[in-house]
Design a protein around this ligand. Structure first.
Ligand code: 13P
Length: 229
């Protein structure tokens, strides 16, 4: 299983260092076989050696250059980071990243062999519009993406379930994961209000290969409990 923490715009550099050190201890002492990924805030990126893998929540499709407010490959290489999150709904909806931008990032970091956690998921109005419209919306998020890329991980995160405490039913998660597995055999994570109380039942579902956790990952003890599951 792949257990990933998206720390979003939380935890300072000092807090993140302590978090990752504690998480590493948890991984080592629990002897979990799970693969553990952490995506800190950009200013908290750090080099870490151990079982916990650190990735970036974002980067521009460039080595360096004039892209104010962005970081590029050089800044990731400084910390030996080779894992990137692309297509998170907060970047699609709040930061207005288009599918074309995401494809550009995807191709750039794919060429470099990065592990790419590529996120897809529908807003509430698309879910309520029925399965056909919902699947058409999600399918459009696969456009231009190499679904056979060997270092690809996909995360299905329904937008309405992120940070809300709401989740689809277990049956719904299993059904949509089964549909999405037909599009790509890459490992498929579920994200959206995963917490200690529901992680195990989600991870037990067919075609769920892991979870991507936001709020409930902010406390390292809780995230540790989740990955021990
Ligand atoms: P929450 O776990 O806070 O719902 O966030 C999920 C998420 O967006 C992970 O990328």
């Amino acid at each position: 299983m792949i257990i990933a923490a998206n720390l979003k715009t939380n935890l300072t550099r000092v807090d993140t260092k302590e978090y990752i050190d504690n998480l590493e201890k948890c991984v080592q002492t629990s002897q979990t076989q799970n693969e553990v990924l952490v995506f800190p805030a950009m200013s908290s990126l750090l080099a870490h050696e151990g079982k916990v893998k650190v990735g970036t929540q974002n980067a521009y499709a460039t080595k360096n250059g004039a892209f104010t407010g962005e970081i590029g490959l050089e800044h990731l290489a400084e910390f030996s980071i080779k894992t990137i999150l692309i297509g998170h709904s907060e970047r699609r909806h709040i930061l207005k990243e288009t599918q074309a931008t995401l494809v550009e990032k995807f191709n750039f970091y794919k060429e470099l062999g990065f592990t790419i956690v590529y996120c897809v998921g529908e807003p509430l109005e698309k879910r309520e519009a029925g399965k056909e419209e919902m699947m058409a919306y999600i399918s459009a998020q696969y456009e231009g993406i190499d679904t056979a890329y060997e270092n690809l991980i996909i995360a299905y995160e329904p937008v309405w379930a992120i940070g809300t405490g709401l989740t689809p039913t277990l049956e719904d998660i299993e059904a949509i994961h089964t549909d999405l597995k037909a599009k790509s055999s890459a490992p498929l994570l579920y994200g959206g209000s995963v917490k200690v109380a529901n992680a195990k039942e989600v991870l037990d579902l067919q075609n769920v290969d892991g979870v991507l956790v936001g709020s409930a990952a902010l406390k390292v003890d809780d995230f540790c409990e989740i990955l021990k599951n």
